[in-house]
Design a protein around this ligand. Structure first.
Ligand code: NAD
Length: 377
């Protein structure tokens, strides 16, 4: 039997709730990590191989991300055991039952993650109301459609590029993963004058030092094509995206794509982590030793959660985009300055910033980790 207190430290988790309903086959875990800053926001991840340990790790990552982003929200996460591609009626029954079971957990606001989407959030809304990332018809701001995270990456890249003396106009950019995050990051950076010289999806990679037309490539992907269907570029194996020389390399696909075994192949000055944990800690350290600046995931890819938090307050799309710009530019500047002055990795500077904000908020609470205020949500 797993001992849930294994994860307990000075920051959390406040609550670990296991949900079990045998007639439906519902099995799920909710971890509410720390809500000193406000009710937690974190996605529901649906997969067959999730675990309490993974749920805790993801909830803690949300505590740090929401704090670093300067949001009045703590971190939480839910995992739902099951194949997200199961028949829709069965999936709907599970999600609705999960929402209903957690109806009184007002320290947790539902959001989507791997295996769940805005339609699932609409079902949660119908059951209990406490949810973000809704369809547009229900007042949502469709963050993947408008490219909230990619847009944020554009701002972060601009600030980081200036920090390392590499102007964004004319900078050569490579994007690994041309999905919701990668394609919007490429578009925004091209609009700022950068040149996309390489891109990859799960089927392969392409390179052209003279530039890839982002509009054309996005149109190919939107019509169901692969990056390899783009004509005016050399065609490469998927992994070869690591070897393309550039100024900015943006991982926007999978975790752990760069490790000690392949980190030396990267030929770049700056890395902006669009995906979550794309680089192992050892490889991140090796990059720093080589003078490659690496903006950590929970700073760089916070555009989506900022958008979701703004939606929760009923803000307009314009206001959400303005909040992404303001918060991400300020945070990136602060993290890079701290990293330079204290001679620590940007990731450490980001963790310190996030933890300091959480600890300060905990100091205002009677019970450090949570609020006793009525109507907390
Ligand atoms: P997505 O499914 O829309 O796109 C992923 C892309 O990566 C696809 O083009 C896919 O073909 C490609 N890909 C998969 N495996 C690959 C590989 N081995 N090599 C090259 N390309 C590969 O996903 P997304 O929403 O763009 O998310 C990408 C990453 O960013 C994930 O790690 C996700 O957790 C993270 N993230 C997403 C958001 C968001 O707002 N969508 C926010 C924060 C973090």
């Amino acid at each position: 039997m797993e001992d849930v207190f294994t994860f307990a430290d000075a920051l959390g988790p406040l609550k670990v709730i296991h949900v079990h309903e045998p007639t439906l086959g519902l099995r799920a875990v909710l971890v509410v990590d720390n809500v000193a800053l406000g009710p937690s926001i974190g996605g529901v991840r649906m997969a067959v191989d999730v675990s309490t340990a993974e749920c805790f790790r993801l909830a803690r990552a949300m505590t740090l991300k929401n704090s670093a982003a300067g949001l009045p929200h703590g971190g939480g996460k839910a995992v739902l055991y099951g194949d997200p591609k199961m028949p829709k009626a069965q999936k709907q029954a599970l999600i609705r039952a999960l929402a209903k079971t957690l109806r009184n957990e007002d320290t947790y606001i539902f959001a989507p993650d791997m295996g769940t989407d805005e339609e699932c959030m609409a079902w949660v809304r119908d059951e209990i109301g406490r949810v973000v990332a809704l369809p547009r018809e229900l007042g949502g701001i469709p963050l993947d459609e408008i490219g909230a995270t990619g847009l944020g990456i554009g701002h972060v890249t601009e600030v980081a590029a200036r920090h390392c003396g590499c102007p964004i106009a004319g900078a050569r950019v490579v994007v690994q993963g041309f999905g919701a995050v990668g394609k919007h990051a490429a578009r925004v950076l091209a609009e700022k004058g950068a040149v996309l010289v390489g891109a990859a999806d799960s089927t392969g990679a392409i390179a052209n030092p003279a530039g890839i037309d982002v509009g054309k490539l996005s149109a190919i992907k939107a019509s169901g094509g692969r990056v390899l269907d783009y004509e005016d570029a050399s065609k490469l194996d998927r992994e070869a995206v690591i070897d393309i020389a550039c100024d900015v390399w943006i991982p926007a696909a999978r975790p752990d794509v760069i490790d000690e075994g392949n980190v030396d192949r990267l030929k770049t000055r700056l890395i902006i982590e669009g995906a979550n944990i794309p680089i192992t800690p050892a490889a991140e350290k090796m990059l720093a030793d080589r003078g490659v600046l690496c903006v950590p995931d929970f700073i760089a890819n916070a555009g989506g959660v900022i958008c979701a938090a703004m939606e929760y307050r009923g803000a307009s799309e314009v206001a959400a985009l303005a909040a992404i710009e303001e918060k991400l530019r300020r945070n990136t500047r602060e993290v890079l300055e701290q990293s330079a002055t204290r001679r620590i990795l940007p990731r450490q500077a980001a963790v310190d910033l996030a933890v300091a904000r959480v600890k300060k908020a905990m100091g205002y609470r009677r019970y450090g980790l949570f609020s006793s205020a009525p109507g907390f949500v």
